[in-house]
Design a protein around this ligand. Sequence first.
Ligand SMILES: [Zn+2]
Length: 521
Amino acid sequence: MFFTEEKIERQLREVRVAIRRGAVDLTHWKFCEADPPGAEHPTFDDEGWDDLALGQEWGGYDVVAWFRTRADVPEEWLGQKLALRFLVGPRDGGGSTAESLLYVNGRPLQGIDVWHEEAVLPPELARERELAIALRAWSGVLHVPDRRRFKAGQLLLLDEPTERFYYLADTILKSVTQLDEHDLRRTRLLAALNDAFHRLNFFKPRSAGFYRSVAEAEAELAAAMAEMGAFPENGPRVTGIGHSHLDMAWLWRLDHTVDKASRTFATVLNLMDQYPEYRFMHSSPQLYKLLAQRYPDLYARVKERIAEGRWEITGGMWVEADTNLTSGESLVRQFLVGKRFFKDEFGVDNKIMWLPDVFGYSAALPQIMKRAGIDYFMTTKLSWNQFNKIPCDTFWWQGIDGSRVFTHFVTTLDIGQSPARFFTTYNGKLHPDSILGAWARYQQKDINNDILISYGYGDGGGGPCRDATLFAAEQASAAGATVVLVAAGGALIVSAGMINRQRRWSTPNNTYRYSEERRWG
Ligand SMILES: [Zn+2]
């Protein structure tokens, strides 16, 4: 087969465009650069606000603005898969994007930013003839352009089989490019993909006949994947969990953090409504407390998902605290107050210290963790040391007094990154190159084949996108390159704890000493 991958890549681009089966521009808006209470409600009186057309400018430094409009849903679209799409304030020559919270008929539906342009409507909203749309946008405080431009507002009709076919085919194609030329899995995956693309009727793209052919190709390709079976048992098992790292204050103020959380969490909740298998985790009781105060509706929905076990709360401490400058007394209280909040609010006894992003880890921590009832520790940041590479990613970390906690480093690489570079990330991407990179970089293959990827936009919120979630679902079924199970991080670390030969890692006086021990049985 010559140029098969190139051909499929081109045709795949056309399939992607065809996911959007119809679009209506939302051209007329009401707009105000202020933050009046109640502006999300459909009945709010915006008569006195300015008119705004698509393409118009707004913004400045640290400005909150509201945009409101009404959308009439075409009769023939009612009850189908609908989405809203916005570009409220893209980078516009600055370094940051305007982050917005989208309300539909008064309900906070999703965060909107450059990575999350589209918000799928839940079925009950997709049956409404008229939608009251309100966006609360924030112009930002980091590398902000003088003015931002409200570029796009659309109501979209999406074609579900085309969307499923696109993500399945895209996942297989990306996996194929990661496999060796002589690998039988590569040959078989590519052949199945090619057969499916032969079914597509490109004579009249985006005609009814085209969409029928895509649905047939999707069913055929999914069946071919199922027939090829799951990955062999002794292969790597990569568990993916949605995440969005959010410092309590960093390049923004604490006041902005809770708004960032509202947008990120609304996005997560909307994804959970669409994909029952989707899992997410987040730390920091302080953040949940702020959310409860300012966004009680969102908080109540988060609480429901936590009770269902789909949203994992973790971390152990009150915030993801620094541990080098902090006193022992303060660290003890981080665990005491943090764990107490999770127990009282959610009935959860936290066992994992999730601390991916601080610049040092006190040798007193294992002792404090153990006494606080924390058995597991996860980080990525130690891999950022440009001089020393710690030779373990799964090991027992032993503290000054001999206390030990079971420790795992997330080894996810950026797309295209060499495993020789030390950097690993908690803002993972579900791309076969990243997933295989995480496995390539992982150093304890001899004793463990379970690794963890936390994926989603972070360092200021954002979270996973719908395409990552679709990708994860397809990746789990794509027989071959890698397997991603969308599951809870906690479950992974517990199962990894069953390995029977562990390495030990101790940190007296912040100098790392390495020893290995064998323990059988
Ligand atoms: Zn951070």
